[in-house]
Design a protein around this ligand. Sequence first.
Ligand code: URP
Ligand code: ZN
Ligand code: ZN
Length: 460
Amino acid sequence: MSLLIKGGEIVTGTEHYIADIYCEHERITHIDRYIEAPAGAEVINASGKYVFPGFIDPHVHIYLPFMGTFSKDTYETASKAALVGGTTTLIEMVCPSREMSAAQGFRLWQEQAAGKSACDYTFHMGVTRFDDENASQLREIVAAGISSFKIFLAYKGAFGIDDAELYQTLKLAKELGVIVTAHCENETLVAERQKELLATGKTGPEQHHESRPPRVEAEGVHHLMTFAELTGAHVYIVHLSCDEALREALAARHRGVNVWIETLIQYLVLDKTDTERPEFEGSKFVMSPPLRDKSNQPVLWNGLSSGEIQTVATDHAPFDFKTQKPMGRDDFTKIPNGIPSLEDRVNLLYTHGVKAGRLDLHTFVNVASTNAAKTFGLFPRKGAIQIGADADLVIYDPEYRGTISAKTQTMNVDYSAFEGWEIEGRPSVVTVRGEVAVREGKFVGTIGRGKLLAREATHS
Ligand code: URP
Ligand code: ZN
Ligand code: ZN
């Protein structure tokens, strides 16, 4: 099967031009001003539309046993939602419990995805315990093509590791050329502040951000930076939410620490007042690090446009409002953490970034696709429009106008944090290695077509 995309405005991280793209055997094989349609090729008219490289979400949770429950999506529902929203590659966090070995965790997460994903995917391997057994299993997992780790400096007693484990994990990563992605919050401060708030009867969702103020995150970043500096490991801060944490990361970068920074679409468009909504509605907006004061948003947007921040992810972690968020009705520390947004990231970033004049189109492509591909060993197979690249393409209609609603979303969760929000633009066609997976907002792809992507360890 071959595909010819005609007359679209191709936009990559560096280029912008009108041309036809021909795709065969899953890859882009020809790009030219005019390409005659070969017999049997499907032809898609993309005139008046952008053609972007498939977007990459470098931080999602699909299978997530967490806080006494499980996140709602499966690979089937999540990959469909990703594709409808223009995301063609997912990087999921493997989060084994501390009782599980690394090999058991890796196997379990692979089983969730195998044969069930409609888009390509890979994993960041969670290191939730470091010992000799896990270290040798981690070596094998890296050799199998998983070239990034995930660590948590939060979630005491669950996924969090102690400082000795942190040091050993970073040393192993440095040796193997693996980049370490890290959730940065000081878990002791969080636990102590949670206790204090609850003891004074402060139990509602609006207390969540009081328990984890910006300095708690900044301290986590500072802590990671110290360990990265002393080990020489390459590190990637996930879900950076605020100015104070950004300053710590930039100060470290200026003194030579190899650090990449991710923010989330949620922090760019939502803020802590959302957790104050009445009738427990605020619980829909509980995630960690928490939504911040609005004054942080221009800092994050500027960080993206200046290149200080490399990626915009979702940290997609869907928990139902009706049945799961109420686990913390009388105690905010028990509200399952997460704000689903896998389907909405690209359209919100386009609407509030590009259309609002905060990001140019190249930066948009870089932060939503190409930078993640480069950082995590997927470029130029992914994140690029060039001959030989996988034919993962998003034909994007900038004239589309629509409204986000839980009633029409593909994600398997009963609410939207962006209910009623208008979007200006959406993917009209999305391809996965040359096969059309979305037409006019509807999934038409193939469950099971998605492959586990093997990646080289390049961070030595
Ligand atoms: O609140 C969040 N972020 N939930 C998902 C788990 C994590 O910390 O990434
Ligand atoms: Zn996290
Ligand atoms: Zn996460």
